[in-house]
Structures are given as C-alpha cells and as structure tokens.
Design a protein around this ligand. Structure first.
Ligand SMILES: C[S@@+](CC[C@H](N)C(=O)[O-])C[C@H]1O[C@@H](n2cnc3c(N)ncnc32)[C@H](O)[C@@H]1O
Length: 218
C-alpha cells in the first residue's frame, strides 16, 4: 500500500492521500518554533518534504516567507496532491532534491535560501548523506542563515526514552544505515561546516528541534 519512502505515512481511506499521523501531531508545536526562529528569514528550503503535510500547514501561517518543498522524485506526486487541496501563494511545488546526487536547488529569479528546514530525515538517511546535508547547507546558506532540524536525538551517548530506543531498533532492522543520531555528532558536524548551534527545543514525544546558524563565513 505504501509505495513511497515516507516512514510511517499511510494511505488515508478517507481522502486517499498518503497521510502521516505524526505530522498531524507535531505540526503545531513545530510551527510555534518556526514562527519564532524565522521572523527575519524569507526563503525556506524544506528537505525531505514527505507527504507535504508540514508544508501546507506551515506556509500559510508564515506568510512573510516563501516555502520551497523538495524531496526525491517518488514523493512529488503526493506532495503536489496535498498542495492542490491546500494551495498557498507562498507554497512552492517540490524540487527534485536527492542528497545522494544533487546540490541545493535554486529558486529561479529569487534570492538564495536563508533557511533550511528538515523534519525526521536525519535518522532515515545514511550517515554519509547526513554529512552531505550539512556540507551543502553550510555552503548554500548566507551569513545568519539557519538550518533547523526536527527529530529524535540521543544525548550523552544514551537514548532519551525507551520509545526512542525501540524506534531506533525498528529503524536499524529496516535499514542498516538508518538510526537515531547522537546530538553531539550532529553539533560537531555542523561546526565543521560553519554552522553553530544557537537554540535547542524539547518537543513532544521525545523529539527535539536544533537550530543552527551560520555566524562565520566559509
Ligand atoms: C520519515 S520521512 C519524513 C518526511 C517529513 N519530513 C515528515 O516529517 O513527515 C523521511 C524523508 O526523507 C526523505 N529522503 C530519504 N532519502 C533521501 C535522500 N537521499 N535525499 C533527500 N531526501 C531523502 C524521504 O523521501 C522522506 O521524505
């Protein structure tokens, strides 16, 4: 039934669109953070837009900025279907962006992205692709640009909850390259690419948001 790579997304029998209950649960708390962190930012690239549910919720509630979705090609049809039902003037159809092969895509006739947002991707993609994401973000973001990541992280070498430990085990059984990342590794990786951890938020269901900012030029 679920032919895309959308993690826990299911086909909703009600509307026939792939639907992620997790997105529905976390979208409001994430929006609260984005409204605070993106007040001065104008062009956001979302990496791994998934079903597109986050984008249709965030874009109309952040009307001062442009929200550019992206994902691997397989997910575009689903994202576009969500966009057709919930269009917004500042919500943009997905770019093909595959970390295995692509560089940060550019909005035509627009300034470069000054923020990159990604939710629930770092524990899905293999570590070399996590490294690639931070490398590309460090290259593409201007000074003061932000990379905002949402998801579960380990701290001090430990899981932060029994449910995250169980989730990690499930992830690794499904794909040996997946797994919950250590926050310290992510911070070190960011630092290697001119990105500094500015703020961290504890989020519901043992998730976190890490806000990195480019405060030195590369
Ligand atoms: C668990 S889903 C998260 C989707 C959505 N952001 C959310 O929070 O529900 C993981 C996402 O990572 C994307 N992804 C996997 N491999 C990728 C790659 N090589 N390049 C870019 N995105 C990738 C998947 O297509 C999917 O959208």
């Amino acid at each position: 039934m679920n032919k895309n790579n959308l993690g826990n997304a299911d086909i909703s029998s009600q509307d026939r669109l792939p639907f992620s209950q997790a997105c529905e649960n976390n979208k409001a708390p994430i929006l609260n953070v984005l409204q605070k962190e993106l007040q001065e930012h104008t062009h956001v690239l979302e990496v791994g837009s998934g079903t597109g549910q986050h984008s249709v919720y965030f874009a109309p509630r952040l009307p001062h900025l442009q929200w550019q979705t992206s994902d691997v090609t397989d997910n575009h049809q689903v994202i576009q279907a969500w966009h057709e039902i919930y269009p917004a003037p500042n919500l943009h159809a997905p770019f093909v962006f595959n970390l295995t092969t692509d560089s940060i895509p550019k909005l035509q006739d627009a300034p470069p992205y000054d923020a990159i947002f990604t939710a629930n991707t770092l524990h899905i993609i293999a570590w070399p692709l996590v490294e690639r994401l931070f490398e590309l973000a460090g290259e593409a973001l201007p000074l003061d640009g932000k990379l905002i990541v949402y998801g579960p992280f380990n701290e001090n070498g430990r899981y932060t909850s029994a449910s995250n430990q169980q989730f990690d085990s499930t992830l690794r059984q499904r794909d040996v390259g997946s797994g919950i990342r250590h926050k310290e590794d992510i911070i070190a990786l960011a630092n290697a690419h001119h990105l500094t951890l500015m703020t961290e938020y504890q989020m519901p269901a043992n998730n976190q948001i890490l806000v990195f900012q480019k405060i030195t030029a590369n």
